[in-house]
Structure formats: C-alpha cells, structure tokens
Design a protein around this ligand. Structure first.
Ligand SMILES: [Zn+2]
Length: 301
C-alpha cells in the first residue's frame, strides 16, 4: 500500500463531488453557472493556458463562449470547464506542461483539471459513432455522446499497468529492481516498465506479459501498489510490484534500449552521480521506485 509521503498521491488528495445526477438538470446548471462563486477552467482542444505557471480558474461570468462541462462541487462552490476551439496563439500547453505546478500545488487542483482535460480530450478525438459512423452530439454536460440512432458513448479510461520488478531476498542488500530505458529518451533516463492491459486480460497477467515482452524477465507473484489517473490522453496507471522468477534480461529492441537490475546501493550511487535519472515526483513510477528503495532519491527528469 502506498504511503502518504508519495507525491503522486497528493495529486488525488482533494476529489470533488462529481454530481452525476445534476448533469441533466438544466435549471440547476443555469443557476450554478450564474452563481458568483462558480469557477471555470478554459480548455482549447486538449490544452490549457497557465498564468505564471498556474492554472487559471475564471469566475464563470468572465468565461468565454464554448461548450460547458460540469466538473462538480468542492469547497462549497461549483466547478466547470469550458471547451473552446483549438487556438494557434502561444501560451497553450498540454497537461504535461503544468504537471510540475500541479505537483507543487497544495490547493488540490489536479482532480478537477484531470477530469476537465480527460473529458476535453475524449470529446476532441471522438467525432463519429463507432457503431454506425454517424455524427455524435454531446449530452450530460459533456459526459456522454449520442448518435441519431441512439448509440451512447461514454468517456474512455484505458487501464495501463506500471510495475517495479524485484529479485532477491526482500529487504536485503543484494535485492535488486529492474529499470528500463527507451531508445528515444535522453541518455541516463530510466523508469519502471509499463504497458496497456489487453482485452480479456487480468491486471496481474498484463504485468507478467509486458515484462516478458519488453525485458524477457519471468514474473511470478504480483502485488498491487496504488493507482494514478493519467489523462494523457486517457490512462489510469495501475501500479504493481512483481517478483522475478528468472532474471536473464533479453530486451525487445522495439520497446527498450536497455533494462538493468540495480541494488539499492547502485541505485543511490547512480542517482547521485546522475548516470541514472529517475522519473519526476508527480509520477507513480517515482513512487514505486522510492517505496522499494525506502526513501527519497536525488535527481529527476
Ligand atoms: Zn451510432
């Protein structure tokens, strides 16, 4: 179980009430939209425009015209998003561009923003009914799309597994963890392995399959660690630890350039010298590594 010290958990710390039952209550929606203390974030395509590195929430009376999305209620006020057409001007950034600010933020912006961006991304890319090819219309404040034949589409969340595989006596100085690096990454950057869950597959089997495919390592016992919504564009990252049964590494060169086994001491030394650089604090990958290591490690992407 993930300890509260992990940064990725801070991103989920202040969930809002999603008010599912209000999404078709036009009278209530109009009243809340007109309320003085209601706030909205503006999203163009799947981008936001930070002000001084922070997400700007406008009083709804100042929000531009666009498609209104109800996010929900928190701190005694109602939160919305407004989708506007993608804009060519400078200053609009994808979610990744505001992650450092979100990770440092202690007012709990992340769940609202993840909700807004996940919905906006889904609405942006879902143009036609996947059953009949007909055009789709939004309803339920952007949480459903429906075609003229009545086929309803719901926002997607794709489960992805992310895992730290270990080998050796747990807690001993010889215990090792497996980290990999993709060819396209800057030199020295390493992370946990990860991949999408396939249809009909359990999460544990997805962990075993992905590790076997990417690194050739055979995994036995798999235990759940925690999860992180990651609407980039539509993932839910499900974190696991896995125990290796066989440790020979054979990397799939389409996926990875290198995968390495590291003891805690090696991890520490390489992180200190910078020959190995770990993912940023906002990611569950970092949390998995530090949970196994037993504390914070230096350096990040
Ligand atoms: Zn249809």
């Amino acid at each position: 179980m993930a300890s509260q010290g992990h940064v990725h958990l801070r991103l989920s710390q202040h969930p809002h009430d999603r008010l599912h039952a209000r999404r078709n209550d036009e009278e209530w929606l109009s009243r809340q939209w007109a309320a003085e203390d209601s706030l909205a974030v503006v999203i163009a395509g799947n981008r936001v425009r930070p002000v001084d590195g922070r997400i700007e929430w406008l009083p709804t009376s100042q929000a531009p015209a666009g498609q209104r999305l109800l996010l929900g209620e928190r701190d005694g006020r109602t939160w919305f998003a407004v989708r506007v057409q993608p804009r060519p001007e400078d200053g609009w950034v994808p979610l990744r561009g505001v992650l450092p600010a979100l990770a440092a933020d202690d007012t709990g912006q992340a769940p609202l923003l993840f909700h807004a961006l996940g919905l906006a991304e889904w609405l942006h890319v879902t143009r036609f009914c996947p059953r009949c090819g007909g055009p789709l219309s939004p309803r339920a404040e952007g949480h459903e799309l429906v075609c003229s034949d009545g086929h309803v589409q719901f926002p997607r969340t794709d489960p992805a597994v992310i895992m730290l595989i270990t080998d050796g006596e747990p807690g001993s100085s010889s215990e090792r963890c497996l980290l990999g690096r993709q060819r396209v990454w800057p030199v020295g950057r390493f992370s946990t392995l990860a991949g999408f869950c396939e249809p009909g597959e359990s999460l544990e089997d997805a962990v075993r399959r992905e590790v076997a495919e990417e690194a050739g390592v055979v995994v036995g016992e798999v235990t759940y660690f925690g999860n992180q919504p990651w609407p980039l564009p539509a993932s839910l990252m499900l974190g696991f630890f896995g125990r290796a049964l066989a440790t020979d590494v054979v990397v799939d060169e389409d996926e990875l350039e290198e995968a390495r086994w590291l003891t805690r001491a090696e991890l520490r030394t390489e992180a200190e010298t910078g020959s190995l650089v770990l993912p940023g604090g906002a990611s569950i990958s970092r949390s998995l590594i530090e949970e196994w290591y037993g504390g914070p490690l230096p350096g990040s992407w």
